[in-house]
Design a protein around this ligand. Structure first.
Ligand code: GDP
Ligand code: ZN
Length: 405
């Protein structure tokens, strides 16, 4: 039985195959005219454009199938290599293998998922697993059996591979409409506790609408939210940062002012992340990786890949990475949350996620949208400064992007 380190190294090497395929996909795409998205806060169309179903429709004919085939091919190659490697080891160390076989099912946490395969952390050892065929998706109501973060039982085969036997009940599930069957849900991350929404004071500037989308997404998936405002070293004063976050602190959100440059807020983040599973959200460039490596030196997000995928923008798989923290807990890095967080939400439900708006009484019409109606108490409150104009503004912007019914 090779050491955990050795196994991990081998899996990483095999990851190169997948990376090459991704590179190839990206390369191929660059030769065609691609609609480039410019991620600026003022672009009202962004959200609709990122909506999964829509984005899939703009794929060139056959592109989706072609990518899927390439992906499958890469995985098949991975699995074959793994299997032949396995034979070699079995011959080399039959005694150890036999001993391992007698240990029975082990508990583990899924750290990475690709079609039909996953990597499971079994007491610190990363094991490539298939999923038992009889595990059914139908009863779970989701289109995937295992997701990153799932606690599973694994039967090890003694040669560094395993089979997922069962998935333990989930405490939470971050879901999105399935890419291929949008009426069904796909679990992106299981068992997360909280969401860390990272924004930056400048470069890029704080974008309240995006922040609100994260908060709504978290609320809808029963996750606690923490708001981290990074790059406060670039602000003229702490006061202006605190003032920008005031509507959120007033609502009871935990907020952290941070700077990866000066180290401000890093200890606080460390404390908030310890022992929990945290989904990381935030625009590219706000300083997520800088903050994480300040929290734990050496911890790396796969930024390059993530941003490549986002510019590609039409992906069929959502890359999710689980990063283990030394102090316990883990951080989940997924580019997906901004695009699926609000799927299925209707206009009339939005005010529910703005408690300060929902709390305003006295609109002339009971079903007031607070946008244009005469006698709207919400707009009155905004005019009089009793309600945050910034929050109201993002309410209006988000509402516009939601379906009527
Ligand atoms: P990510 O895309 O969210 O992971 O962002 P990065 O961590 O890659 O940071 C993007 C850029 O912002 C880099 O050039 C960092 O050096 C810079 N940066 C990150 N944190 C801070 C900060 O607190 N203050 C300042 N001034 N720059 C920062
Ligand atoms: Zn109203």
């Amino acid at each position: 039985m090779p050491s955990a380190e050795e196994l991990y190294r081998r899996y990483r090497e095999k990851d190169q195959v997948l990376r090459q395929v991704r590179k190839q996909i990206k390369h191929n795409r660059q030769e065609r005219p691609v609609r480039q998205r410019d991620w600026t806060p003022d672009d009202d169309e962004d959200w609709e454009d990122m909506e999964v179903a829509r984005s899939e429709r703009v794929l060139p004919r056959g592109e989706q199938e072609r990518r899927k085939a390439m992906w499958d091919m890469a995985l098949k190659r991975l699995a074959e290599e793994e299997q032949s490697g396995e034979k070699g080891q079995a011959e080399a160390g039959p005694a150890l293998a036999a001993e391992e076989r007698t240990t029975g099912p082990r508990r583990g946490v899924v750290v990475e998922v690709s079609t039909g395969l996953c990597r499971v952390d079994v007491q610190g050892e990363i094991v490539l697993c298939t999923v038992r065929g009889s595990l059914s998706v139908a009863e779970s109501g989701f289109t995937n059996v295992v997701a990153v973060g799932d606690e599973v039982t694994v039967l090890l085969d003694g040669a560094g591979r395993g089979v997922v036997q069962s998935v333990l009940p989930r405490r939470s599930a971050l879901t999105r409409p399935d890419v291929f069957s949008p009426h069904l849900q796909q679990v992106i991350v299981a068992n997360a506790d909280q969401l860390l929404a990272v924004a930056s004071w400048r470069n890029p500037a704080l974008w309240p609408e995006l922040l609100d989308r994260y908060l709504i997404a978290a609320e809808r998936h029963s996750l606690q939210s923490i708001i981290c405002l990074n790059k406060v070293d670039l602000a003229d004063s702490r006061q202006e940062c605190l003032a920008a976050l005031e509507p959120y602190t007033r609502l009871g959100y935990r907020t952290v002012l941070a700077s990866a440059v000066t180290g401000e807020g890093v200890a606080e983040l460390r404390e908030l992340l310890g022992g929990r599973t945290t989904i990381l959200a935030g625009l590219s460039g706000v300083g997520k990786s800088s903050l994480l490596s300040a929290v734990q030196p050496g911890l790396k997000l796969r930024i390059a890949e993530v941003s490549a995928r986002r510019h590609e923008g039409r992906h069929t798989t959502t890359q999710v990475n689980l990063l283990k923290l030394e102090m316990g807990g883990q951080v989940v890095d997924t580019p997906g949350i901004r695009e699926f967080g609000l799927s299925g939400l209707h206009r009339s439900e939005l005010a529910r996620f703005y408690p300060e708006i929902a709390a305003v009484a006295g609109c002339r019409f009971a079903n007031c949208s607070h946008i244009h109606e005469p006698g709207c108490a919400v707009r009155m409150a905004v005019r009089e400064g009793r309600l945050s104009a910034v929050r109201y503004d993002s309410y209006c912007k988000i509402r516009k992007t939601l379906p009527e019914t």
